[in-house]
Design a binder for this molecule. Structure first.
Ligand SMILES: *Cc1c(COP(=O)(O)O)cnc(C)c1O
Length: 302
């Protein structure tokens, strides 16, 4: 029903470290799917939009922070596929590049203070409980429909990998990878790098979506959050700078930067057996980088 051409090639990453460890590392460029419905966000929205349409809902209502990639993706997808969109935005009214783009795509923004934001479903009920047009999408697109969409990533792969790794915010993408891999009987291990502190909760979030306990084929590496969501460090920034200049692939410090840092660090520790192949998912979201511009700029000149 909602079609988008998916262009997300797999690129080999050539680093001395990987040659020394005799591992092959690749990146799936979901960041190239769309500039604004970027990375995993189209995958997460596809069946969500279908569910909304199937229920004759014409108005997407969702939640996020002021730099949320999910809000921008929902705004743009709504504009493209004919839905009205509203976002409850956490915190006091601000304006920034990301929210300006949301507004350009016609999204209505309702700023709510942090305590009201905590009970998101109550907010939805208060404003839209009686509204038959409105369709509620959870923060970050967290949903079974979202996971189903992410599962389809496997249909685009033409080889198998021993390890597939992604950054985790809500865990929907990781859950989807698990669904896709299991349904297709594909071997290999999945690795999630939570970008929030205390990322152990991701296991429960994934189990709740899948309605089953997870086995050993999903591993969470919870030590690469750098202090919490959107937190960074000079070390992470320096790593990102090196990565970008060596590969020509842009990564940002909130998600894919932490993913890559984690995988490089694990490789350095000899975590991956020689001869194995590793696929990293670039989950996109590069517009959010405007918010980190000042922190990344001019730090690492050689
Ligand atoms: C939203 C987002 C994620 C988080 O994905 P989840 O499915 O919520 O775990 C990862 N990377 C980027 C770039 C994102 O924008």
């Amino acid at each position: 029903m909602f079609a988008m051409d998916i262009h997300s090639p797999v690129h080999a990453l050539d680093f001395q470290l990987f040659r020394e460890k005799q591992i092959r590392v690749y990146m799936k460029r979901d960041d190239m799917i769309h500039p604004f419905i970027s990375g995993n966000k189209w995958r997460k929205l596809k069946y969500t939009l279908q569910a909304a349409r199937a229920q004759n809902r014409t108005h997407l209502v969702t939640f996020g922070g002021a730099w949320s990639n999910h809000l921008l993706a929902t705004a743009c997808a709504g504009a493209r596929f004919g839905f009205k969109t509203t976002a409850f935005v956490r915190g006091e009214a601000v304006s920034n590049f990301q929210l300006s783009l949301c507004r350009l795509f016609g999204m209505e923004l309702r700023f709510v203070d942090r305590s009201a934001y905590r009970d998101k479903y109550a907010l939805f009920d208060q404003y839209y409980g009686e509204n038959e047009q409105a369709y509620c999408i959870d923060e970050g697109g967290y949903s079974v429909e979202g996971a189903r969409g992410c599962a389809e990533l496997f249909d685009e792969l033409d080889q198998q990998y021993d390890h597939i790794c992604c950054a985790c915010g809500t865990g929907t993408t990781l859950a989807g990878l698990y669904l896709g891999k299991t349904a297709r009987g594909i071997p290999g291990q999945l690795h999630g790098i939570p970008v929030l502190a205390g990322g152990g909760f991701i296991r429960k979030s994934v189990e709740d979506l899948l309605q089953q306990p997870l086995g050993d084929d999903i591993v969470l590496h919870t030590d690469y959050h750098f202090g919490g969501y959107a937190k960074t460090s000079p070390q992470l920034n320096a790593f990102i700078h090196q990565f970008c200049r060596r590969t020509g692939i842009l990564i940002e410090p909130v998600y894919t930067g932490k993913l890559c840092y984690g995988v490089f660090d694990l490789a350095r520790q000899g975590y991956f057996q020689p001869g194995t192949s590793i696929l990293l998912i670039h989950t996109g979201g590069l517009t959010g980088m405007a918010g980190l511009h000042d922190r990344l700029e001019h730090r690492h000149t050689e």
